[in-house]
Design a binder for this molecule. Structure first.
Ligand code: FE
Length: 255
């Protein structure tokens, strides 16, 4: 199993606080059946700035340690980039790290409460530069939850999205779980990832999440999500179905 979103690198953001904690997370990941993790430290989210070279160096250091400790897990480089005005300039300058440094996919994160006005143009421009933007955890964004049509439009125009395992298992509450299932049912998401920050309150839950997908939608969709993670790592095109609008129930009698 591949996990494409994880804060396992030590001392870079609000994820792992030490190499010992990273090793603990790595062991936990292996127990869950994870073989490969894309490490995605926060970048430009107001608290953390982790540029490309810093991340590449930390990935190398963690892989060296995992080898010494004989933990069968491979770490690949990535970055969770908050949308900001100069993102495209920094991409063109080579300061932004694409997923697995493959030059195909880039993670974009919105503020948790909003979707900035320039988002649609930014995601379009990213695509014009030859990259595919992947919106991380749209199911945890207040604005998208209230106006799922915004998400529909972004996906229709070529963005991909990734939902969090813990959203599917209900760890972020019933509303977020329901919205996550709605996103999956409407073909508005393409990946499941842990976004793990530690081994206690923000852990992997990947196995439980895939089990939830299996129960709600069947094995085919589990296969699709798992295959997409593999295709992403290889820089290949992922599977996607035509997106649909999420229908909200109208209050009866108001037609
Ligand atoms: Fe994250």
């Amino acid at each position: 199993m591949i996990d494409i979103h994880c804060h396992i690198l030590p001392n870079l953001d609000d994820g792992s606080k030490s190499m010992a904690e990273s090793i603990g997370m790595a062991k936990k990941a292996v127990q869950e059946g994870i073989t490969t993790i894309i490490a995605t430290p926060h970048h430009m989210n107001g608290s953390y700035e982790n540029t490309k070279q810093t991340i590449l160096d930390h990935v190398q250091a963690l892989n060296d340690t995992l080898l010494q400790e004989m933990i069968p897990l491979t770490i690949l480089p990535g970055q969770e980039v908050r949308v900001y005005g100069e993102l495209l300039d920094d991409l063109e300058k080579g300061d932004i790290l694409t997923l697995n440094d493959g030059g195909s996919y880039v993670f974009v994160e919105f503020p948790s409460g909003s979707v900035p006005r320039f988002t649609e143009k930014l995601l379009y421009d990213i695509q014009m530069s030859g990259l595919t933007p992947i919106i991380v955890h749209p199911e945890r964004n207040q604005t998208l939850m209230e106006n799922p049509d915004i998400l529909y439009q972004l996906v229709k125009k070529g963005a991909l999205t990734q939902v969090t395992a813990a959203s599917l298992t209900g760890h972020f509450g019933k509303k977020i779980r329901k919205f996550t299932l709605d996103c999956i049912a409407a073909n508005l998401t393409h990946f499941i990832a842990s976004d793990a920050h530690n081994t206690h309150n923000r852990t992997f839950l990947m196995r439980d999440a895939y089990q939830a997908v299996r129960e709600e939608f069947g094995q085919d969709l589990v296969f699709l999500f798992r295959e997409n993670a593999q295709l992403l790592v290889e820089g290949k095109n992922v599977f996607k179905d035509i997106p649909n609008r999420i229908k909200r129930k109208k209050i009866l009698g108001l037609f």
